[in-house]
Design a protein around this ligand. Structure first.
Ligand code: UTP
Length: 240
């Protein structure tokens, strides 16, 4: 079956703990897993930033703050496993190797963060490489990649398609403090370039959009792809 890796941004699944969207996402992911081998990497969200800020207030170094962020991503991953019930493998994978080990049983494999100085986007990119995924999808709280931050620059334009090299140029200007909030981090962009796995950056605020784009040929977000063939719409015998 086609392997698909989703980076489900904390800003989408846990904008805050109380504002979680677990109930909306669980049926979407469960239905999707009937058509593809599904891996989901969960981000930290608003709560991770609060914990990181509390750690910083104690004069902790950035790597320590990252470790705090990783724990929150794993806590969020645990909550997603609970929401998915029997559709998910019951343990959070702590690294891509474990994720591969837990796959192949028809269950959704869920991960959080792995190591400091990156974000869960990088985790998802490495996992996509290890799993030889057909596609990596980054579900985030913007509708694609822009030439500049659209909130700050009214002249910013959205890319519907770009190459990994163009992505590296756009991402190159971002910083890497714990809890920082770029659409895709530099490590992820570099792994996308070397693995040649297409990356789709998609608005995750409406969970229904994912299925439409994967299977119905609807075009949305930004597709980061070189000269390889576009995998969309995904071929499956049983679309959800
Ligand atoms: P993420 O940055 O990946 O979650 O993890 P997020 O920001 O909520 O996801 P988006 O941007 O909304 O999609 C939160 C923090 O945890 C640490 C980093 O400090 C990161 O900013 N982290 C996470 C790591 O250090 N390593 C990891 O592998 C994952």
């Amino acid at each position: 079956m086609t392997r698909l890796v989703l980076s489900l941004g904390g800003s989408v699944l846990f904008p805050s703990l109380e504002g979680h969207t677990l109930r909306a996402w669980a049926p979407v992911l469960t239905a999707l897993a009937r058509s593809v081998d599904l891996f989901v990497v969960v981000g930290g969200g608003g709560e991770a930033r609060r914990y990181i800020q509390a750690a910083r207030d104690t004069w902790a170094d950035e790597a320590f703050c990252d470790e705090v962020g990783i724990l929150v991503t794993r806590l969020n991953a645990t909550l997603l496993i609970g929401a998915l019930g029997t559709a998910a493998y019951p343990r959070v994978a702590f690294n891509p190797g474990e994720a591969i080990e837990y796959s192949g049983r028809g269950k959704i494999v869920v991960m959080g963060g792995v190591t400091p100085a990156q974000t869960t986007d990088a985790v998802a990119a490495v996992l996509a490489e290890r799993a030889r995924a057909a596609l990596l999808v980054n579900l985030t709280s913007v509708d694609g990649i822009y030439s500049a931050d659209p909130k700050k620059d009214p002249a910013a334009t959205k890319y519907s398609r770009m190459t990994p090299q163009e992505l590296l140029e756009v991402v190159g200007s971002g910083g890497l403090a714990a809890g920082s909030n770029a659409v895709v981090d530099m490590v992820a962009a570099k792994v996308v370039e070397r693995s040649r796995i297409p990356l789709l950056v998609l608005d995750g605020r409406d969970p229904r959009l994912l299925g439409k784009v994967l299977f119905s040929g609807d075009v949305a977000g930004t597709m980061v792809i070189g000269d390889q063939e576009n995998p969309l719409p995904l071929e499956t015998s049983s679309p959800p």
